[in-house]
Design a protein. Structure first.
Length: 93
């Protein structure tokens, strides 16, 4: 996936996700907090920002990273839980 250098995720707040070397960071402008995520996490957030459904994200991860659908599902939900619990994103996906 060709990720942009920076993109916005409009959910309960506007989150900015941008490249920081080999990682990505997301910035919460209300809490004034930065969170570091890896490329796969950035891909998941980018897909969500473009209206991607969880089933599409799981299939994408399985196809592009050569993992089983079950592992892709577990990884996706683990990351989404992290986003909701640690970054306070109300993803609603």
């Amino acid at each position: 996936m060709n990720l942009p250098e920076c993109f916005k995720l409009h959910i309960n707040r506007v989150y900015i996700v941008r490249t920081e070397g080999e990682y990505y960071s997301t910035f919460d402008p209300i809490d004034l907090a930065f969170f570091k995520i890896n490329r796969i996490g950035a891909e998941i957030l980018y897909m969500i920002s473009n209206g991607g459904k969880v089933s599409e994200i799981i299939a994408y991860l399985s196809d592009n990273y050569g993992i089983s659908l079950e592992n892709a599902r577990e990884d996706t939900f683990s990351f989404l839980n992290y986003c909701q619990n640690e970054i306070h994103m109300e993803l609603g996906v």
